[in-house]
Design a protein around this ligand. Sequence first.
Ligand SMILES: Cc1ncc(COP(=O)(O)O)c(C=O)c1O
Length: 375
Amino acid sequence: MPSIQREFLMIPGPTPVPDRVLAALAKHPIGHRSPDFSDILMESIAGLKWLGDTENEPLILASSGTGGMDGAIANTVNRGDKVLSLVCGVFGERFAKIAEAYGADVTRITAEFGKPIDPQAVRDALAKDTKKEIKAVTITHNETSTGVINDLETIAGIIKEHGALSLVDAVTSFGATPVPIDAWGLDIVVTGSQKALMLPPGLGFAFVSEKAWKAVESCSNPRFYLDFRKYLKSQRERTTPFTPNVSFVVALVESIKMMKEEGKDEIFKRHVGLRETLRKGVRELGLKPCVDDAHASPSITSIYPPDSTDVPAIRKALKERFRITVADGQEELKGKIFRMGHMGYVFERDIGMALYALKEVIGQPAKAKTEAVAK
Ligand SMILES: Cc1ncc(COP(=O)(O)O)c(C=O)c1O
């Protein structure tokens, strides 16, 4: 049944987009080789640096977040190089698989469902590498498939001590929680537009450190579209190597303006508040979050369904009655958990409404279940 009700996306990306950003997207595109666009590009780069507390150049890619992850590997890891991949969910595994696709010799450290990577396990694995053969370590800051946030600061310090490159997937942490790239010494940090940056999907970003640039220069992998050197060279000349996603860069400037108006610390505090309100409310409804308090993500919360109803029924009822879309579990967790995203343009009021809707929905489990089965 079509509905005129406003949609509320509570999936972990795409996320809600502010009207100001939508209005910026609606502007007629301008020429990407024009001086006006050069100014806009430079403003967006400066804004990204501000958000990441960094002097590292953020490369702006017309890709999703995975494009940035692909680029991080393609530009630094040669066939046969050893890579340590820290895997605590689907996206950590994706980074490992990308490295394998480029012929790297990948070793994994894995964490069980709902748990973070143990920094001591990373320390032990790197200590064993006395010949310093491990070229890079891949890590997911915020594992969206489970709702775990890893202790990136500690783990990055351990990697730095060893000397390997830290390749960081910050797709659902950047803009929601501090990722101070220079202070933590992160070598490549990847993110995407459709998460806490409050834009639709369409841009990928990769911040590259001085140390990582050396690896990029000496990397012998074949690459073209995602050759980071091309992006750096062009950005230094105030332009892009290929046709950029002009409208999205214009909109990015607007979303960064909004972030500056709110203030970085306020944004990060807001996300912590959203997590706390949601977790408290979920527990009051008798539901159990999948991740313990110490490792719970500020941008996404995964929840076990009650015994009385199932995940498809909850998702269906939330969608049909309230136009709220929450995410299913991924891969083997499909149907076993549901996930509520709260990153970017999301506020306390939204969480209150979502909790009200959830209460209504799980209060009528039998009805919801029958409807789901009947479809
Ligand atoms: C942690 C994490 N890494 C990587 C990705 C992949 O990003 P994209 O779907 O933009 O390629 C996602 C997407 O949700 C993610 O949550």
